[in-house]
Write a protein that binds this ligand. Structure first.
Ligand code: ADP
Ligand code: MG
Length: 608
């Protein structure tokens, strides 16, 4: 085994031809006995970075992972690839647990997934004292940090556990969270020793990003799903109530949907999740409680029914689309109410926690700032991918060609007059009000607030009655992004002037912004068919292969994508392999899987 090259292991077990960015370096380091920290986005392929060295080294690899569903999924996938793996967590009965431990003590498993809560138990400590542990891999390592949103106190025990071990194994930590605080916490709390740190690019080229502001969000979703009948996707809503509502509507419209949120009973949540993972329900409607630990590779779209609270959450949730590397769409449906709902959450979280008032105030302020940046994402007319990557500290040019802004025709519009009215109104009202009221005033509304604040006496009142409110909002967001105005970070954000504000009143002032041309969306299809689209006879074959996969998945009791990914099936349709050798050239077909399933697929392909 030791003589084998890592490339061979990759091909033989996983059926892949080459490593992705970062993988080779992380694997080599682990093999040389050096600790590693891999920071790679969702879907980049972190699991292989410990699974490959696990197979190449003597001894057992322990994988510490926060979620039961995640372990089940990965162990299922490993067993399908012919690798002996097991998990040890609270989903096992006492009997099953002891049985698994006893097999593990006899070196029956090469890779063992274990929940962090189990590490310091007597039985487990006794087990690890008897066997040779080569690697400890810590998946979702950011769970050790209190800075992240997924903090798990049990992760803090990992350091202690490692210290107790008779021989210190190689420690490998992986996460998709890239902030400095989290990274430092991981290195310190997991006690990594001079780790090889690899941070790969955060760009996911196969994801298409779009922001839409539909009047009727439900209709938008329904139309989208009708156009993508065969695709699996997730719809994220901000509240449980909305999840219920959207779910009900979809069911009434005859769409096979499932729902997931914190208000459901454990059993129901688990069943719904399984229905989605096993492709029995194609669409999952959920709050952000759903998703960590979902490795379903064929999620073709992630629609955000509401704007989430920050870019970190957005990118993580959207990133659950297209793990298989095939094209996938990430669409955010923005509505003004989303900002208000998020503000409410920010003001009311941590109320029961033991944070001191100072710390709480600080956290809230940080969160309001993040919400602002999220809102800018919804209003920018620049490349969306560029915006995301800049947010995470990477630089990309300002054109990706695969987001709704890059595919929209814009025109440069003079907004000097609108800018003057909005900024003037803020100034004359002595910087005391928020966005909604100022827009209402400039637009000439005569509602209670406008009257109460005497804004109908403001010299800029009713200056722009003909400009629709949504446009005024766009312009105001642009003025904020360009720092002609700023928004305070209080519970009720207030518009304030900046150093730049007065520039607009100079005689030769000229401000312009990019605005979408009316009906200027370039249709995606007009750019040429998607490269990956199949011809219609291939589509028929694809459908048959999918049916076969579904049958085999039922027998093996694993999700269909674990038998073969969509990507592998599509390649089979295009290449039409006729022999064992040709089949093994398909990405994702390893030797073990070929022996198990290869001929069944060859048979169907042969009949076409
Ligand atoms: P992460 O944990 O980083 O979110 P995963 O480890 O779940 O990502 O991998 C995502 C998908 O990419 C999986 O379906 C995996 O099989 C696939 N994958 C990983 N490495 C490669 C590779 N070198 N070539 C092709 N596919 C890969
Ligand atoms: Mg992972």
């Amino acid at each position: 085994m030791n003589e084998q090259k890592k490339e061979q292991v990759l091909k033989q077990y996983f059926g892949y031809d080459s490593f992705r960015e970062g993988q080779a370096k992380l694997i080599d380091s682990a093999l040389e006995g050096r600790d590693v920290l891999g920071i790679m986005p969702t879907g980049a392929g972190k699991s292989l970075c410990f699974q490959v060295p696990a197979l190449m080294m003597e001894g057992i690899t322990l994988v510490i992972s926060p979620l039961i569903s995640l372990m089940k999924d990965q162990v299922g996938a490993l067993n399908q690839a012919g690798i002996h793996a097991a998990f040890l967590n609270s989903s096992l009965t006492m009997n099953q647990y002891y049985k698994a431990l006893s097999l593990a003590s006899k070196n029956q498993y090469k890779i063992i997934y274990v929940a962090p809560e189990r590490l310091m138990t007597e039985e487990f400590l006794s087990f690890v004292s008897k066997v040779d542990i080569s690697i400890i891999a810590i998946d979702e390592a950011h769970c050790v940090s209190q800075w992240g949103q997924d903090f798990r106190p049990s992760y803090l025990k990992i350091g202690e556990f490692i210290e107790i071990l008779p021989k210190r194994p190689v420690i490998c930590a992986y996460t998709a969270t890239a902030t400095k605080e989290v990274k430092n916490d991981i290195i310190e709390l997991l006690m990594l020793e001079e780790p090889t740190v690899v941070t790969t690019g955060f760009d996911r080229k196969n994801l298409h990003f779009a922001v839409r502001k539909p009047k009727n969000k439900y209709k938008e979703v329904k139309d989208y799903i009708s156009d993508h009948r065969k695709d699996s996707g997730i719809i994220y809503c901000l509240t449980r109530k909305l999840v219920e509502e959207v779910y009900e509507n979809l069911i009434n419209d005859g769409i096979k949907a499932a729902k997931y949120h914190g208000g459901l009973l454990d059993k129901e949540r688990q069943d719904n999740q399984d229905n989605f993972i096993y492709d029995r329900a194609l669409v999952m409607v959920a709050t952000n409680a759903f998703g960590m630990g979902i490795d379903k590779s064929n999620v073709r779209f992630v629609i955000h029914y509401n704007m989430p609270r920050n870019m970190e959450n957005y990118y993580q949730e959207a990133g659950r689309a297209g793990r298989d590397g095939e094209l996938a769409e990430c669409i955010l449906l923005y509505g003004g109410q989303d900002v208000i709902t998020n503000q409410f959450f920010i003001e009311h979280e941590f109320e029961e926690d033991e944070l001191t008032p100072d710390v709480r105030a600080l956290v809230r302020e940080k969160n309001r700032e993040k919400l602002k940046k999220m809102t800018f994402y919804c209003f920018t007319n620049e490349c969306l991918r560029g915006y995301i990557l800049r947010y995470f500290g990477e630089y990309l040019g300002n054109y990706c060609g695969n987001c709704s802004n890059c595919l929209t025709q814009f025109e440069e519009v003079d907004i000097t007059k609108e800018g003057r009215a909005l900024i003037g109104c803020v100034k004359e009202a002595r910087e005391r009000y928020g966005m909604g009221v100022i827009i209402d005033a400039v637009h000439g509304a005569s509602n209670a607030k406008v009257k109460q604040y005497h804004l109908d006496k403001n010299p800029y009142y009713n200056q722009l009655p003909a400009v629709p409110v949504y446009k005024l909002r766009q312009i105001l967001q642009y003025l904020l992004m360009e720092e002609y105005l700023m928004l305070t970070n209080e519970e009720y954000s207030i518009l304030k002037l900046t150093k730049k504000s007065m520039e607009v009143f100079q005689e030769d002032a000229f401000i312009s912004m990019k605005m979408a041309k009316e009906r200027g969306i370039v249709q995606k299809k007009a750019r040429g068919e998607k490269e990956e689209d199949l011809r219609s006879e291939d589509e028929r074959l694809f459908a048959e292969l999918r049916n076969l996969r579904m049958e085999l998945a039922r027998e093996a009791k694993v999700p269909p994508y674990i038998i073969f990914s969509d990507k592998s099936l599509r390649m089979m349709c295009r290449i039409r392999p006729r022999s064992r050798g040709e089949m093994l050239s398909i990405s994702g077909v390893g030797e073990y899987k070929y022996e198990k399933y290869g001929e069944k697929f060859l048979n169907i392909i042969g009949k076409h």
